[in-house]
Ligand binder design. Structure first.
Ligand SMILES: [Zn+2]
Length: 226
């Protein structure tokens, strides 16, 4: 890939990171955004990101084995989880990890979010699952995240936060915002009563939209839901 194209992708990472910061999904020093460069490389925000100070030059270029390329910056400590998603899901071009408040509250309770909104089906998939608890910054966290993602574009990380993936930065940012909103609605509904789920027989059109427009699970999983 040309230097110019890589520079454009660095700018994309900065844009995505600034957006999740502006939308209140992360505080300074937490969360991370990455984009795919090709089959074997990504660009990722540096460790302890200060979102207002982020520049394209501060974005770390690395390969799928975790080697930093052409820069002495330190990548996010949570990059192993990003790499696990890129290795497993060729259609994914952007991964976001955040600690947004309502998703993280549910993560502390290790709760899944059942299918409660049409928007959830179209953009995120089906029931949003919470991972098993594991030590942060490990390979195991990556495999647990993949297991919880299943065919979906988002998962809750036990006692930690959220992971979101999409075909583009715009998709992933949008999904991160929707996930937090749905977590907030679910939390609020739980305070008042027993949330009702949407029955499967009336979700067919929305499921089709998810599979056709937004899903980025690997081909081998296709049979599972279509
Ligand atoms: Zn984190």
């Amino acid at each position: 890939m040309s230097t110019e194209k890589i520079q454009k992708l660095r700018e994309e990472v900065v844009r995505g990171a600034r957006e999740i910061y502006a939308k209140g999904l992360v505080e300074n020093g937490e969360g991370n955004v990455s984009v795919r460069v090709n089959k074997n490389e990504i660009l990722v925000t540096p460790t302890s990101t200060k979102y207002e100070l982020l520049t394209p030059e501060s974005i770390v270029h690395m390969d799928f084995d975790g080697n930093v390329m052409g820069s002495n910056k330190i990548p996010s400590t949570e990059v192993k989880m990003h790499l696990a998603v890129y290795r497993d899901r060729p259609k994914v071009n952007c991964v976001i990890h955040d600690h947004s408040t309502y998703v993280t509250m549910l993560s502390v309770l290790r709760m899944n979010i059942p299918v409660i909104m049409e928007q959830q089906i179209i953009f995120l998939g089906e029931e949003i699952k919470c991972t098993k608890i594991t030590e942060a910054h490990t390979e195991k966290m990556g495999s647990n995240a993949l297991e919880a993602l299943d065919i979906n574009n988002a998962a809750i990380l036990a006692n930690h936060g959220a992971i979101i993936c999409g075909k583009s930065v715009d998709h992933a940012v949008r999904f991160a915002v929707i996930l937090e909103k749905i977590a907030k609605i679910y939390w609020g509904a739980l305070q008042i009563g027993k949330p009702q789920t949407i029955p499967e027989e009336i979700t067919e059109e929305h499921i089709k939209m998810f599979h056709g427009l937004f899903a980025c699970y690997p081909r081998r999983m296709r049979k599972k839901r279509e």
